[in-house]
Design a protein around this ligand. Structure first.
Ligand SMILES: [Zn+2]
Length: 311
């Protein structure tokens, strides 16, 4: 991911390269699904595609470049940074995570690759959970019963059964932070339930009193759905919107060959560009291209400052 300037409006955006897309059918399908989702999402707490760069002729079509909003540092970096996180930050972060998750779930999408920072609160499938995190979860919750693990994948089940049997130790949650109030621990306990059918849903978690302050702060000064007039703040009628209709994954059924998917993706990208904006493309002759292609990530100086201090 690079940070670049959109030449059409001068805005800083992120440019993500999806390389080696067409090596095999599995990677083709995965990338197509990701692309479809990025174009489908319309929610302030879910990253979406602002644009896709114009693809070359299909014979030279090997990689895909997606333009997204330029995001600040990820939650993992924020958590491990020396700057302390106030309980207000935690509340507003958790509010936004749940707000985005409620939207994703309403679209019929489960996020299976959530970053370490928020994995504990909302992962619904342990398939991609690192073993370290699995251990952390069972330290808190005790070893889950086989019944609770029925939705877990074979690898995760085997890993847990290999380990020692653990008793739940939720009081340890109080020792994690001096800010661990009863309210916070109550919500955490509802979210740290191994069995997804018994775990609190994103929608219900948002109704927990712990999230009230985060909601207020978000919609008072951070959101795009409410606005301020001379007579005061005008709030949206729906603080945590869902999507209708759901994301339709029916397109995946008839994808059978690399060449076919390549043609469909090529066509899909061209269709996305039928707006009124000039299509963007990469100019490999430009002076910036070499440093662009050899650089790895956006420079920290180009990122918005990490969490603002609130009064
Ligand atoms: Zn709002």
């Amino acid at each position: 991911v690079w940070s670049v300037t959109d030449p059409r409006d001068g805005k800083r955006v992120a440019l993500k390269k999806m390389p080696n897309v067409f090596q095999n059918l599995v990677s083709c399908k995965r990338v197509f699904r990701e692309l479809k989702m990025l174009c489908f999402f319309k929610h302030d707490n879910v990253l979406s595609a602002l644009d896709i760069l114009q693809p070359p002729h299909i014979d030279y079509f090997e990689e895909i470049y997606v333009v997204t909003e330029l995001m600040q540092s990820d939650l993992h970096k924020i958590i491990v940074s020396p700057q302390p996180l106030s309980s207000d930050h935690v509340k507003v972060f958790l509010y936004q995570i749940l707000r985005g998750l409620k939207y994703l779930h309403s679209a019929g999408i489960l996020h299976r690759d959530i970053k370490p920072g928020n994995l504990l609160v909302n992962s619904n499938c342990v398939l991609k959970v690192s073993e370290i995190l699995l251990d952390l979860i069972t330290d808190l919750l005790g070893t889950p019963s086989l019944e609770a693990m029925r939705t877990a994948c074979e690898g995760a089940r085997a890993h847990i059964l290999r380990g020692p049997h653990k008793q739940p130790s939720l009081p340890v949650l109080y020792t994690l932070s001096s800010q661990a109030t009863h309210e916070a621990v109550h919500l955490l306990c509802r979210m740290l339930v191994f069995d997804p059918s018994k775990r609190i849903s994103a929608k219900d978690a948002l109704a927990h009193p712990y999230l009230d302050e985060g909601r207020l702060r978000y919609h008072t000064c951070m959101c795009k759905c409410c606005y301020t007039t001379s007579s005061g703040r005008v709030y949206t009628s729906d603080f945590e919107p869902v999507t209708n209709p759901k994301f339709d994954d029916g397109f995946e059924k008839n994808l059978t060959s690399v060449r076919q998917v390549k043609e469909i993706i090529h066509q899909f990208i061209l269709e996305q560009q039928k707006g009124n904006r000039v299509p963007l493309c990469i100019n490999p002759q430009s002076a910036a291209f070499k440093s662009f292609i050899s650089s790895t990530v956006a420079q920290p100086s180009e990122m918005p400052p990490s969490p603002l201090v609130w009064e």
